[in-house]
Design a protein around this ligand. Sequence first.
Ligand SMILES: [Zn+2]
Ligand SMILES: [Zn+2]
Length: 357
Amino acid sequence: MAFIEAQGLTRKYNSSVFALNDVTFSVEKGEWLAVMGPSGSGKSTLLNVLGCLDAPSAGNARVEGIDLAQLRGDALARFRAEKIGFVFQQFHLVPYLTAVENVMLAQYFHSLADEQEAADALRRVGLGDRLQHLPSELSGGEQQRVCVARALINQPNLILADEPTGNLDEVNETIVMGLFTELHREGHTILMVTHDPEIGRMAERRIELHHGRLTDVSVFPAGEEELIDNLLKAVWHAYEDFPGDPIVADKFPEFIRNRATFQLMAQEELVRNESGMLAMSPRGEGRARSVIRRHRLAERLFFNTFGLDETLLDANACRIEHTLGAEVVEKLCIFLNHPDTCPHGSPIPRGACCPAK
Ligand SMILES: [Zn+2]
Ligand SMILES: [Zn+2]
């Protein structure tokens, strides 16, 4: 049985308005799932139903085998407090309590409040020097990190996050998403509602809602092929720059930002991800070789033929490398007399046209 199993979840607000309409999906333990879709598509309703903040009109949901509809009173309160950590876009901090008191508030549900534990949770999100600050004395990013600390205080298995970076600037978004990356690595199951494709790509899998209906599971937007090319290039560069060094997936920025795509690439046997180590498979290596070859030949062309400044070569090559057909690439290579390196000195992988060395 999966960690979360949603069967025909439906939520009607009156006889005709469906916030959720027959939604069925499952989530494995430790998985990071993004729930995508435009505003009003039912994303938040889905999260609220799974967090027992709202009850479905039909269908059912199980978390760790527990049928949420069967939970009442104490059992429901305990389930929410022990199993689930919520992170919302709105910060929901009590304005006249300090950061550490706000985190401790979550502990009251659970057991005795432990200030030391609350302080540790805040240190973990980088707020060790803000323990006694009121929410009004904290930036938006810091407030959101207090919320993350609060969500984690009881070590919940399931983290439900609703647009957790919605109100944050880029710097704080990076910090907060870094925290989610760490939580995922520790084995927490994460369900994250977002309308932001960049945030969605950090998850391993995506589902998409439209008007309360699940329209797509693991949808990949147009341009995914190009993205895959670029990610394979990044792995190639890592191989080239640090030969022999293993690539730790969770330390590899492109992996962190494109978890879902890497998952797809693993399914397509372009890469392997074994115990957190990322490696190119022979298929991926072949494809990467071809992209790198196109890119560096394009750079060579722009440099030799058009006298383009060296600093502009990379960006211009990126623009055309995805569209060059095999035949054009071969003609280019012959025209340029099978160059060994790009203008930056990086080797150009040999093609079938190139004379043996
Ligand atoms: Zn180059
Ligand atoms: Zn050649």
